[in-house]
Design a binder for this molecule. Structure first.
Ligand code: NAD
Ligand code: UDP
Ligand code: UDP
Length: 359
């Protein structure tokens, strides 16, 4: 099976997306799980523009058809409604595995499905999403990669560092995660997904790549998914107070989505397994972020303090030395430049005056 897949791939001039020198690159067949979501849909745009054939696999749990419908009718684009927790047979060269509800509102309400993602029992399905997706979903996509000899990229997260005791975080840091807390379905789910990815790499010679993504924002983010940038922007536009949790002194580093997509593609095409931190090292407290949102949207927007959530990491900032050196990548768009691009998309979606599905 593997030999046949290998020969099929080499006859097209590449294996796992690697193009030998002197051979003209042909379009690749690429599956993007979670491709109807925020990050996935921007990645799909870039891959299609590059001339690849893209299959999006998505169960629309947090994604939207509107994010990809501008590709409907393009013979290089296919959309499959499918839950990655169920096995899937496809013939592809690369797998970008993004499927996973990334927002705290979704994973706190459906923790089991975050690590694993079943629909069989009502008990399980009500509290069971992220875990199943991260474990069984990742296992299935690795099984697919193994069967067809495809290169597999996992979108892991800075949350694997938990509430970090090292600052900024380097990839060699093992993290400080509470295994039984409210966030652990996400953190531990992604940690297990990283483990599975390395097991398939070492044990089954699957070509793998691991990205650890730090907080990312941009057009097409879910409007009401509870993440801080989308909350503040939507609140300021709706003339509601900006809800700062805790004392607002906790920090995050915010990356614009096009920078992330560039990093993911360089990682997939490059020679290094990783893990690689992909994030913008610009660090902001939540109060500073609220101030930037005020400057950008409404200087009169009020700030309202709310109790913080359990196990909230106090600070987070990527060390991106490894990605700079080995991928030649670093983010280009600072927060003050990226935020207005997101605001115009949110304005259109909230007020609906000239709704644009392709921001
Ligand atoms: P998103 O919620 O917009 O996209 C996730 C997509 O996966 C959605 O379209 C959803 O419908 C789909 N999905 C979820 N469960 C699925 C399942 N079981 N089967 C098939 N499809 C499923 O989130 P995003 O921000 O675009 O995140 C994409 C990836 O990047 C995720 O893996 C996330 O963990 C990772 N990540 C994102 C951030 C960020 O700040 N956006 C940070 C760290 C990591
Ligand atoms: N799998 C899949 N698509 C494939 C190949 C495998 O969804 O093209 C799933 C398969 O159903 C299994 C998982 O991936 O649940 C792991 O597959 P693998 O072959 O590694 O393990 P095995 O099936 O031998 O347990
Ligand atoms: N947060 C906030 N107000 C909100 C939503 C979130 O102050 O309306 C805080 C949250 O407590 C956390 C930070 O913003 O400290 C980032 O939260 P988010 O859920 O966006 O990302 P994550 O915690 O996963 O990094």
């Amino acid at each position: 099976r593997h030999r046949a897949a290998f020969e099929a791939a080499t006859s097209r001039g590449f294996v796992g997306g690697k193009v030998p020198l002197g051979i003209k690159r042909k379009g690749l067949r690429i599956v993007v799980t979670g491709g109807a979501g925020f990050v996935g849909s921007h990645l799909v745009d870039r891959l299609i523009a590059r001339g690849d054939s893209v299959i999006v696999v998505d169960n629309f749990f947090t994604g939207r058809k509107e994010n990809v419908m501008h590709h409907f009718g393009n013979p290089n684009f296919e959309l499959i409604r499918h839950d990655v927790v169920e096995p899937l047979l496809l013939e592809v060269d690369q797998i970008y595995h993004l499927a996973c509800p990334a927002s705290p509102v979704h994973y706190k309400f459906n923790p089991v499905k975050t690590i694993i993602s079943f629909s069989s029992s009502s008990l399980i399905s009500s509290c069971c999403g992220l875990h199943k997706t991260n474990v069984v979903g990742t296992l299935n996509m690795l099984g697919l990669a193994k069967r067809v000899g495809a290169r597999f990229l996992l979108t892991s997260t800075s949350e694997v560092y938990g509430d970090p005791l090292q600052h900024p975080q380097v990839e060699t840091y093992w993290g400080n995660v509470n295994p039984i807390g409210v966030r652990s379905c996400y953190d531990e789910g992604k940690r297990t997904a990283e483990t599975l990815t390395m097991d398939y790499h070492r044990g089954a010679q699957v070509e793998v790549r691991i990205a650890r993504i730090f907080n990312t924002y941009g057009p097409r983010m879910c409007i009401d998914d509870g993440r801080v940038v989308s909350n503040f922007v939507a609140q300021a536009l709706r003339k509601e107070p900006l809800t700062v949790y805790g004392d607002g002194k906790q920090t995050r580093s915010f990356q614009y989505v096009s920078d992330l997509v560039e990093g993911l593609m360089r990682l997939m095409e490059g020679e290094h397994v990783g893990p690689f931190n992909l994030g913008n090292p610009g660090e902001f407290t939540m109060l500073e972020l609220a101030n930037v949102v005020q400057e950008t949207i409404d200087p009169n927007a009020k700030i309202e303090f709310r109790p913080n959530t359990e196990d909230d990491p106090h600070k987070r900032k990527p060390d991106i030395t490894r990605a700079k050196e080995l991928l030649g990548w670093e983010p280009k768009i600072p927060l003050r430049q990226g935020l207005p691009l997101m605001v115009s998309d949110f304005r259109k979606r909230i007020f609906g005056d000239h709704f644009d599905v392709n921001p």
